[in-house]
Design a protein around this ligand. Structure first.
Ligand code: ZN
Length: 324
C-alpha cells in the first residue's frame, strides 16, 4: 500500500490501508459511516514544520478511500479550541475551512475535534453494531464497562463536536493508558501510535462485545415465526399492485401544491422475509435503527402489516401516518 502511493507520506498510506479494512466490514462500518485519522508532520509551502491532522472527508466511504479522501487540517489551531466553553456549528465550520491545507480537499468529518484533542497518532472510529447493541440496553453503560474492561472509557451520549471532544480529552488526561473511548448511542474510538495498533484495538474490543452478546443470547431464538405466514415469491402482478398502493398512500403535496410521489422498491431477501414473519415483527419495525448510518440505508421507521389489507384502506391510513 505504501509503494502504491509514491509521494504520499508512509503514515497516510498506512492510514488508507487500515481505513479500508474497517470500511470493508459491514458490522463495523456502513457506507459513509465511521471515520479515521492520522497526525503527520508536514512542512508548509515556505518550509516551516507543522503537524497536520488528516481525517476522513465527510460522506466519503472508508471501504474505498484513497489519500485525497482525507482532509488535511492544521492541528495546532484546532487544539486551541479546547479552551472554549462552546462553539456554534457555523464557527466550527469556519475554523475547519480556514485551517484546511488544501482548498480542494473534502470537508473534514464532524468528529474532527475529538481526533484533534487526543494525542494519539492514529485514531479509528466506528459505529460498530455490537457496541451499540450493548449501549442500548437498560444498564448499557455498566454492561459496556464490564465487557470492555479498564482500558476503555465509557461516555454518555453527547452531540459530536466540542462537548464530546472535551469529554474525551478529560478521560484521556485522567487515564493516559486508555486504548479506547466508547460513547453511548454512538460508537467507539480506538487509538495508538501505529495504524496497526488502533485497528487491532478496534477489532479486539468489538470482538469482546460480540462474544458477550453471543454468550448472553445462546439458545435464545428470536421468534417464533407465525406459521400462517408464507412468502409470496415472484408474484409480479401482486407486488406491482401493492407498490402502486403504497406510492399513492405516501404521495404528498408541496407547499406550492405540486403532487410529489416517492419511488418504491421491493426488497425480499430471505432475512427480510424471515423477520417479517416473526411475532415481534411489529415491534421491530417501530423500534428504530441503531445508527444514522442505518437510517440512510434502511430508513428508520417501517409499517408492519399482519396481512395485506384487501381494499387498501388500512394500508393507506398507516402509510399515510408514517409519512406525516
Ligand atoms: Zn461517529
Amino acid at each position: 500500500m505504501v509503494a502504491q502511493y509514491p509521494g504520499i507520506p508512509a503514515e497516510l498510506a498506512l492510514r488508507v490501508y487500515t481505513s479500508r479494512l474497517l470500511g470493508g466490514d459491514p458490522s463495523l462500518v456502513l457506507h459513509g459511516g465511521g471515520n479515521t485519522s492520522a497526525k503527520i508532520p508536514m512542512p508548509d509551502i515556505a518550509g516551516k514544520s507543522r503537524e497536520i491532522l488528516f481525517i476522513k472527508g465527510s460522506g466519503i466511504d472508508l471501504a474505498g478511500i484513497d489519500p485525497p479522501g482525507f482532509a488535511g487540517v492544521e492541528l495546532e489551531p484546532l487544539r486551541r479550541l479546547a479552551i472554549l466553553d462552546s462553539l456554534p456549528d457555523e464557527e466550527m465550520e469556519n475554523e475547519l475551512q480556514v485551517h484546511k491545507i488544501s482548498a480542494r480537499s473534502p470537508d473534514p468529518s464532524v468528529e474532527v475535534l475529538l481526533h484533534a484533542f487526543l494525542p494519539h497518532r492514529f485514531i479509528d472510529h466506528t459505529h460498530a453494531e455490537a457496541i451499540l447493541i450493548l449501549t442500548s440496553q437498560p444498564d448499557g453503560m455498566n454492561i459496556l464497562r464490564e465487557v470492555l474492561g479498564m482500558k476503555v472509557a465509557i461516555l454518555p451520549y453527547s452531540r459530536p463536536g466540542l462537548p464530546l471532544a472535551k469529554a474525551g480529552l478529560r478521560e484521556y488526561e485522567q487515564n493516559p493508558e486508555l486504548e479506547a473511548l466508547a460513547v453511548a448511542g454512538h460508537g467507539i474510538f480506538t487509538f495508538g501510535e501505529e495504524a496497526r495498533t488502533a485497528y487491532e484495538h478496534m477489532v479486539a474490543f468489538v470482538n469482546k462485545a460480540e462474544t458477550f452478546i453471543r454468550r448472553k443470547t445462546r439458545g435464545r431464538k428470536v421468534g417464533p415465526v407465525r406459521p400462517e405466514v408464507s412468502a409470496r415469491k415472484k408474484d409480479a402482478p401482486f407486488f406491482a399492485r401493492l407498490t402502486q398502493m403504497i406510492r399513492g398512500a405516501a404521495a404528498f403535496r408541496t407547499e406550492e401544491g405540486k403532487l410529489r410521489r416517492f419511488y418504491a422498491e421491493v426488497r425480499s431477501t430471505p432475512e427480510l422475509i424471515h423477520a417479517s414473519a416473526l411475532r415481534e415483527a411489529g415491534d421491530l419495525c417501530s423500534s428504530g435503527v441503531l445508527t444514522p448510518d442505518h437510517a440512510i440505508r434502511t430508513k428508520n421507521k417501517w409499517v408492519s402489516f399482519g396481512e395485506i389489507p384487501a381494499d387498501g384502506g388500512r394500508l393507506l391510513h398507516q402509510v399515510g401516518d408514517l409519512v406525516q
